[in-house]
Write a protein that binds this ligand. Sequence first.
Ligand code: 5BU
Length: 252
Amino acid sequence: EDKARASYEQKLKNVQHSVSKKLLEIALAKKSNLIASADVTTTQELLALAEKVGPHIVALKTHIDIISDFEYEKTIIPLKELSAKHQFLLMEDRKFADIGNTQELQFKSGVFKITDWADFVTSQVIGGFESLDCFNNVGVVAIVGMSSKGTLTTSSYREEALKITLSHPNVIGGVSQSSIPEEILLFTPGVNLADSGDGKGQQYNTPEYVFKTLHSDFIIVGRGIYKSNNPEEAAISYKNEGWNAYIKSLKI
Ligand code: 5BU
């Protein structure tokens, strides 16, 4: 059953974490609830996409370990400049899934040094509450439920995952395909206007469904944007679809 949701203004009054506040402020300023997923494999494609879609998004989601020519100076420094120029945050979709000590090493060391540039990161919560302690300089989006067919994130798993998500001070929200309590932010991938799946297990919903039925706060769109012939136009149309669906969901 559909009921009215909390507005971004209401959420802004209640959230504690600085990253949650920034995301909501950008959403209101840009009238956008769109996060573009930059699943491209070269630095040039990543920067070109960020330049085109940057003005229309609240955050750019990266899988930094798929960039084949990654170099901190060549990849991250210009990406940071674009995020400042176009006012979007950087979300590294690392999906940490280990013990706290290992996650800390993966977060702070190696070539990617995620701690130095990401505004927020995704993490599984399978390692338990304390595994999230190392992310104390960024926001964490906890993976509560996945969008793919046959995922093991059953309702009992999600219930336990939500307990950690709601209680850990580093956590700003969750990724899920179901509703979560309104005190945190809901990020929903698996959004596409043209397709219902990708033949590899991904399952898509429309922006209308995720705002009205799930009360999502942010939609995450990958191939719908970066595979489009005109990624900027595609970003604008997902931004408008998402914003209109959000406005409608306030009035139910
Ligand atoms: P797509 O091209 O719009 O299907 O990309 C979706 C992105 O969101 C991709 O980077 C995935 O890794 C990410 N994702 C997802 O699709 N589903 C999930 O449940 C989670 C992440 Br968690």
